[in-house]
Design a protein around this ligand. Structure first.
Ligand SMILES: C[S@@+](CC[C@H](N)C(=O)[O-])C[C@H]1O[C@@H](n2cnc3c(N)ncnc32)[C@H](O)[C@@H]1O
Length: 265
């Protein structure tokens, strides 16, 4: 696992404060502030959101009456761990859409990495995955999850295949200097999302509230198609309109989502 920082374009969203609860992690808190632009606060706010760094992990907390539980990235246990062991392997929708079903193991670029759940599925099936994430909050949570997973004997080899770039996907795809990916995967936020999620609906809403809507998502398709060797896969809620109004070559339908596949070249 490695983290690459790039010039950013992030929706104008107020960053939550960073609260460090571990006296042994003050240097890491300082690194998070300089890397992602967070400001530190000594106490948890009474309401709103805060990023909390404790002895174990970094988590996004929602605060106040009736607030949902915290959100953090856990590739070892929880939903990702369960899915890795029992999740259906190459038969999973994201794997089939990216072409793993046919025995290939493509190089994938996930240009909207979020909390890295789809990327982790692909990496656990053997794919090398480059990830791009522009939100400082999502990127910090994801980098923290990757770092903890790298210390676990069972998943270290999987996250070694995952590389996170923090920045705008449009800028990074356009100026990509590495090997061209076989598949580019796009899963931008959709308003009023109906995507099935490992997080409960309330937690996902809290995550979306701080990360912001991806109102510029249509602009991802053209640079992705220009860079991908084989295809671009777009995950959409089942009844959502096509990204950028573009008709895919074919779609794979799931219960609540569909994967629209656009052939490159
Ligand atoms: C629905 S989430 C992706 C969830 C992800 N597939 C997962 O499995 O966890 C969409 C993410 O894409 C990011 N994003 C949207 N547009 C982007 C862009 N142009 N550049 C980089 N990141 C982007 C958002 O910040 C958000 O974190």
């Amino acid at each position: 696992m490695s983290l690459i920082l790039a010039a950013e374009h992030v929706p104008a969203i107020m960053l939550p404060p960073l609260v460090c609860l571990s006296s042994e992690r003050t240097a890491e808190a300082a690194l998070l502030m300089s890397r992602y632009g967070f400001t530190q606060q000594a106490e948890l706010p009474a309401s709103g959101h805060a990023l909390v760094l404790d002895a174990d992990k970094l988590a996004l907390f929602s605060l106040g009456k009736g607030a949902p539980g915290p959100v953090w990235v856990d590739f070892v246990a929880g939903a990702a761990g369960w899915r890795r062991k029992h999740g259906g392997g190459r038969g999973q929708g994201v794997a089939k859409a990216c072409g793993l079903k046919s025995g290939a193991t493509p190089r994938v670029l996930d240009a909207t990495a979020g909390l890295g759940r789809d990327s982790f599925v692909l990496a656990s099936l053997g794919c090398a995955v480059e990830m791009i994430e522009r939100s400082p909050i999502a990127a910090a949570l994801l980098a923290d999850g990757l770092q903890r997973a790298a210390a676990d004997a069972d998943v270290a080899a999987i996250v070694a295949r995952m590389r996170l770039h923090h920045g705008s996907a449009v800028a990074l795809l356009t100026a990509w200097l590495g090997e061209r990916p076989d598949v580019i995967y796009l899963d931008p936020m959709f308003p009023e999302t109906r995507q099935k999620s490992a997080l409960s609906k309330k937690e996902m809403q809290a995550f979306q509230a701080v990360v912001g809507a991806d109102a510029d998502a249509d602009g991802l398709l053209a640079p992705a198609l220009a860079l991908a060797k084989d295809k671009v896969v777009v995950k959409r809620p089942r009844h959502a309109p096509n990204l950028a109004g573009a008709k895919p070559a074919y779609s794979l339908e799931g219960d609540s989502v569909r994967f629209d596949c656009y052939l490159a070249g």
